[in-house]
Design a protein around this ligand. Structure first.
Ligand SMILES: [Zn+2]
Length: 342
């Protein structure tokens, strides 16, 4: 049974006026998971230390966050607010992601860390790869999890299916050949990075895999791409655990993006990952996706066989767009030179 890692201190990061990234997001997920029978919640006590965060971020950046948290309310940039509970929430989220790794290495299951503020846009010193802002992120939780997982695994695989490109994660591990980062995102929206030709630094070429989709891509586009790109990589490396930057903003009508995914993709992704231990770390998601996608993802994990059979039985017509086929073809051609697995 999947485990949900939680600590109510993540709610202490609070906007002053309405903001799409708010504490209710986590409450919506918790309620919808409970309603669908996923109520195995592990309360994780305490938070990470500043020193742990400094394994990922620069001292100047962390100092600037600490300083801004001393006031009652601030903006780090136009998108990213900081309340006086932000430091506590961000250090708690960082710990939830790392604890999920420890638990997943002990016993195979899906561990879903309910982290906020989100993290995948936060680079070494905040804004990453020329982005205009931190995109609501403070500390990069998935990077903390990956850094810890590296101590136990030769290759760490991060799959980021948040609709925005995980520019912070990509920047942090750009030169790290031991972290494979596969990123599904909508092309042309914030943060504007994630081109198919961005494949990693000199010694890490081929370990950063970017999948920029057109707006209104569907379950078919994502399932086709997973089967053609993600699955061969997982089959080849056979990692004991897989890290997932789990944003749910590619769900239809999210508000911040314009993808058309439904529960079908999240169920499929959960089912495909059921062979592995999974560390899912919450990123974005601002609309109905928060209610429907997380339970679908967990359900996929526990009912993998049924779900994959149903997809076959119904002859689910995987009909990707020509654009998706072209992206997949290009990515495979580019990556093949470095990872000889397709
Ligand atoms: Zn996002």
């Amino acid at each position: 049974m999947p485990k949900i890692l939680y600590n109510p201190d993540v709610l202490k990061h609070k906007p002053k006026f309405y903001h799409v990234e708010n504490p209710e997001r986590v409450e919506t997920i918790l309620n919808s998971l409970k309603l669908r029978g996923f109520d195995d919640i592990i309360l994780i006590e305490g938070k990470s230390s500043i020193d742990e965060v400094l394994e990922i971020h620069s001292k100047e950046y962390v100092d600037s966050i600490v300083k801004l948290c001393n006031d009652s309310f601030n903006y780090y940039d136009g998108d990213t607010y900081i309340s006086n509970g932000t430091l506590d929430a961000a250090l708690t989220a960082f710990k939830l992601a790392k604890e999920a790794v420890k638990l997943a290495l002990k016993e195979k299951d899906l561990y879903f860390a309910l982290t906020r503020p989100p993290g995948h846009h936060a680079g070494i010193s905040g804004r990453a790869l020329g982005a205009m802002s931190n995109g609501f992120c403070i500390f990069n939780n998935i990077a903390g999890a990956a850094e810890l997982a590296k101590k136990y695994m030769k290759k760490v695989i991060i799959i980021d299916f948040d609709v925005h490109h995980g520019n912070g994660t990509q920047e942090i591990f750009w030169n790290d050949e031991n972290v494979i980062h596969i990123d599904f995102h909508q092309k042309g929206i914030y943060p504007g990075t994630g081109d198919v030709f961005d494949i990693g630094g000199e010694k890490a070429e081929g370990t950063k895999i970017n999948l920029p989709f057109q707006s209104h891509s569907t379950d078919s586009d994502y399932i086709f791409t997973w089967n053609d790109v993600v699955e061969p990589i997982l089959d080849y490396f056979k990692p004991s655990i897989v890290l997932v930057s789990a944003g749910f903003d590619a769900f239809i009508n999210d508000g911040l993006a314009s993808m058309d995914l439904t529960e079908t993709f999240y169920r499929f992704a959960g089912a495909k990952l059921s062979k592995y231990g999974v560390v899912a770390v919450l990123e974005g998601g601002y609309g109905m996706g928060l209610k429907y996608a997380p339970p679908a993802f967990l359900e996929g994990y526990v009912k993998a066989e049924d779900i994959l059979d149903t997809l076959l039985d119904e002859k689910y017509s995987i009909s990707p767009s020509n654009d998706t086929k072209l992206i997949v073809e290009n990515v495979k051609r580019i990556i093949e030179e470095y990872l000889n697995i397709f």
